[in-house]
Design a protein around this ligand. Structure first.
Ligand code: IMP
Length: 182
């Protein structure tokens, strides 16, 4: 629900942080880099639901290369704003041996989710395994992870919109909002 330009979820107020125009620019830049790096390769995009839904849809449609799309669910947050550190991964991937796998994440925070994904997927021996994330909070890392494509580094604040949720709400917002500390 909107009230005086702020979006309210469970009594918490969120204010605009990254406009849809800026998001679009970030996605264009990432798509151009990935297209350049994966020339003549076929990519298996692995979407991490639900947060990367809109980001992945916008990104993949701007990469004019052969690809297939798989989805997995990775869950580490409940209704809280801090990562639980306990990453659950649901869904199995098809045969990926000798294929180029690119994980699409919405946001990398502690790094535990992406590290768990790297560990699990690399067991199946892909030809390459990389990740793209729309947002990253580098100061929140609990583990060092090498995310090859980062759209934008942000401070350690909680954000919603463009697929990102708080307690399953706010994903539908076209812009990204940040928790308002006022
Ligand atoms: P990590 O495992 O701590 O790196 O967290 C990654 C996951 O936590 C992301 O895929 C999101 O689903 C969720 N997450 C981290 N930060 C935020 C945030 O600011 N807003 C909403 N979800 C977040």
């Amino acid at each position: 629900m909107f009230e005086n330009g702020k979006y309210i979820i469970n009594d918490k107020k969120f204010k605009i942080f990254i406009s849809k125009e800026e998001i679009s620019q970030i996605v264009n830049n990432l798509a151009a880099k990935i297209t350049n790096d994966y020339q003549n390769k076929e990519i298996i995009f692995v979407l991490t639901l639900k947060g990367s839904l809109f980001f992945a849809a916008d990104l993949i449609r701007q990469i004019p290369l052969d690809c297939s799309i798989e989805v997995i669910s990775a869950k580490s947050y409940g209704s809280e704003m801090e990562t639980s550190g306990n990453v659950k991964i649901v869904n199995l991937l098809p045969e990926i041996e000798n294929k180029h796998v690119l994980i699409i994440e919405d946001i990398v925070d502690s790094g535990l989710t992406i590290q768990t994904l790297f560990d699990k997927i690399s067991i199946s021996k892909p030809a390459s395994l990389s990740a793209v994330t729309l947002l990253s909070k580098p100061s929140m890392r609990k583990v060092e992870v090498d995310v090859q494509y980062v759209g934008k580094d942000i401070p350690p604040e909680f954000v919603i919109g463009y697929g990102l949720d708080f307690d399953e709400k706010g994903r539908q917002l076209p812009d990204i909002y940040v928790l308002d500390s006022e």
